[in-house]
Write a protein that binds this ligand. Structure first.
Ligand code: FAD
Length: 412
């Protein structure tokens, strides 16, 4: 296997991590094909990594302590209250996460990919043709390349996944996420309304908005990163899969924009209303929430990593973690198995159950926090903790499953 050729389709977070994994495992040649022609550092907004998952991924060599981050510790749940500008806190849950700027995380991973790996930007894989001892990639422009192993890191609409027998497709959950980022300097006052280490959650009937600070672009300053979930009240606003990577405000249906404004006006305490209203329109976008989970992470000479294999709803706090864990385990399987078939089977056995578990958790949390919300204002600290234990199935997998226990053993 050490002389083998490995292709990685997609050069985002999962793709860079998988290329690193393949190179570390000793592949003879590794080529990444990324459809986007430019750098990806401007994509996305913020993401959060659970402290325990961070520790595992740093030990495995997939996260670097030098990437700028913000410490989060607590998640207060807030409802509108006539007497309070910042709202009434019904209770708070522990929230031991580090928050990152998506672009900084990707840039650091990209820089870690060794120079021996060829990273071809602006190269789309049009079709994957699996064979008994490898796979052929058909690239834009008519070029064809044969590889011993193909890693699908090509996201929710994966061409590699489409070449597998199951060819699973993402399913719309029935609700959307609005995302926005407001620079710290533009936050409304007073400063004490919201502590630096809090992931504040404004709860309303039929949804919630979580907001936490993230490092600014390039690690300079901080911004308030917010994600607002609600079920569109008009079925005509069901957004297509085309929109899954994010719709800019100009393409969001007017009725959906009006619904967002109406919920903020009716249910948000004044401080949080202002925070949303001050966010520049061009710093927001809408993402329909999807579920996806393949029955198998590996088939023949194809393996899937990151969102190509499983897309869990963002409430599980595990999208980037899951992608990095997949790469960690892939490295272990490639380095320790005696054959390609053995490596693919070991990877599938380790990661398919972890993917299923986290997608299930995302669905449970989506139901509890968006699709069938409790009477938030009637909760107190004890009732909030009970509700969360039930919603999160004990909370054990929140932020991603442990690598060591059930997700596959990392190499170091
Ligand atoms: C805008 C955005 C915001 C997000 N916010 C969060 C968050 O707050 N928290 C969190 O945990 N997760 C978040 N995620 C999800 C998280 O980033 C992903 O779960 C994680 O990074 C793994 O992504 P991936 O690399 O598998 O897929 P992607 O990031 O979708 O990357 C797939 C890559 O494959 C490339 N590609 C696709 N098809 C082809 C092809 N045929 N040929 C060549 N290249 C191809 C694409 O151009 C893309 O670069 C967000 C994702 C996006 C897109």
């Amino acid at each position: 296997m050490s002389a083998g050729r490995i292709a990685v389709v997609g050069g985002s977070i999962a793709g860079c991590a998988a290329a690193l994994a393949a190179a570390r495992a000793g592949a003879g040649e590794v080529v990444v094909y990324e459809r986007a022609a430019g750098g990806l550092q401007d994509r996305g907004v913020g993401l959060a990594v659970h402290d325990r998952r961070y520790a595992e991924l740093e030990a495995a060599g997939y996260l670097d302590p030098a990437i700028p981050w913000v410490r989060l510790t607590s998640r207060p749940w807030i409802v509108r209250d006539a007497g309070s500008r910042a709202g009434r806190r019904v209770g708070a849950l522990p929230f031991g996460f580090r928050s990152y700027n998506w672009g900084s995380l990707w840039s650091e991973l990209r820089a870690r990919v060794p120079s021996s790996v060829a990273y071809e930007r602006g190269t789309a894989v049009e079709r994957v043709v699996p064979g008994p001892d490898g796979a052929v990639l058909q690239l834009a422009g008519g070029r064809e390349e044969r590889f011993d192993l193909v890693v699908g890191a090509d996201g929710y609409r994966s061409a590699v996944r489409a070449a597998t027998r199951a060819a699973t497709v993402p399913r719309y959950s029935g609700y959307v996420a609005w995302r926005g980022a407001l620079p710290e300097a533009d936050l409304p006052g007073p400063a004490e309304a919201w502590a630096r280490d809090e992931a504040a959650t404004v709860a309303f009937p039929g949804g919630h908005m979580i907001v936490y600070r993230i490092p600014g672009p390039g690690g300079t300053g901080t911004s308030a990163n917010w994600v607002f979930y609600c079920v569109p009240d008009d079925p005509a606003h069901t957004l297509s899969l085309e929109a899954a990577a994010g719709l800019p405000p100009s393409r969001v249906p007017d009725g959906l924009t009006a619904q967002h404004r109406a919920v903020v006006d009716a249910h948000f305490p004044p401080y949080w209303q202002e925070l949303v209203r001050r966010t520049p329109k061009d710093a927001t976008y809408v993402q329909p929430v999807h579920d996806l989970c393949v029955p198998r992470y590996g088939e023949g000479r194809l393996v899937l990593v990151g969102d190509a294999a499983a897309v869990a709803r963002p409430h599980s706090g595990s999208g980037a973690v899951k992608a990095l864990q997949d790469a960690t385990v892939l490295e272990h399987c490639l380095a320790s198995a005696g054959s390609w078939a053995g490596a693919v089977a070991a990877y599938d056995a380790a990661r398919a159950p972890a993917g299923r578990a986290i997608v299930d958790l995302g669905r449970r949390l989506g139901r509890a926090q968006v699709q069938a919300t409790p009477a938030w204002a009637a909760l107190d600290q004890g009732a909030l903790e009970d509700w969360w234990r039930q919603a999160a199935d004990g909370g054990r997998d929140f932020g991603g499953r442990s690598l060591g226990e059930r997700g596959g053993e990392p190499r170091r």
